[in-house]
Ligand binder design. Structure first.
Ligand SMILES: [Zn+2]
Ligand SMILES: [Zn+2]
Length: 176
């Protein structure tokens, strides 16, 4: 999904975004077709501004109970694509303005829409995915899904990774 600067006729063009080859990546499971639109605007001889929206259905395991959760990432993005080197001077100037943090420097006058979209999907993924904020997770002793009901394990405060070791040691001490 690459757009060469010279393909942008009349200084602006609109591209429909589909999941042709750039998605899903290794870290994300697709859960339906991607929908999106990108508007590419030639704002200078060596500069193209890309404004876009993306709707990406993905599937990922709940961080507590491991069940697959389906979520739709709704993304709006802006990139300023400039042909040339990332010169230190311009970068410092740009840090003052939030919107310019999405500046891409290109080695040739071609915008790789797929790469921009892939980056946006990774940025939009929540750090911690939960099936619900109420998710009770799995029992740390028997692995039962506590959303389905409680298990017969005794509630224990010793659930850390060293609890089992400590129990072993306690038994040993008792035998002496
Ligand atoms: Zn869950
Ligand atoms: Zn249990």
């Amino acid at each position: 999904m690459q757009v060469a600067f010279h393909d942008i006729v009349g200084n602006q063009c609109v591209r429909r975004i589909t999941d042709d080859g750039w998605f899903p990546g290794e870290d994300v499971k697709s859960a339906g077709p991607v929908e999106g639109t990108a508007v590419l605007r030639r704002t200078a001889v060596d500069q193209v501004d890309v404004t876009g929206t993306l709707s990406v259905p993905v599937e990922a395991p709940c961080g507590r109970c491991c069940r697959d959760v389906r979520l739709v990432l709704d993304i709006e993005f802006f990139y300023r694509c400039i042909v040339g080197e990332d010169e230190a001077g311009t970068l410092q100037e740009m840090e003052c303005r939030e919107e310019d943090s999405q500046t891409q420097f290109l080695t040739e006058p071609v915008v790789d829409l797929g790469a921009l979209c892939r980056e946006q999907v990774l940025l939009a993924l929540p750090a911690r995915i939960l099936c619900s904020s109420e998710c009770k997770g799995l029992c740390q002793q028997c692995g039962a899904d506590l959303n389905q009901g409680s298990c017969s394990c005794q509630p224990s405060t010793d659930t850390g990774p060293f609890a089992a070791l400590k129990r072993l040691k306690d038994n040993k001490d008792r035998n002496h």
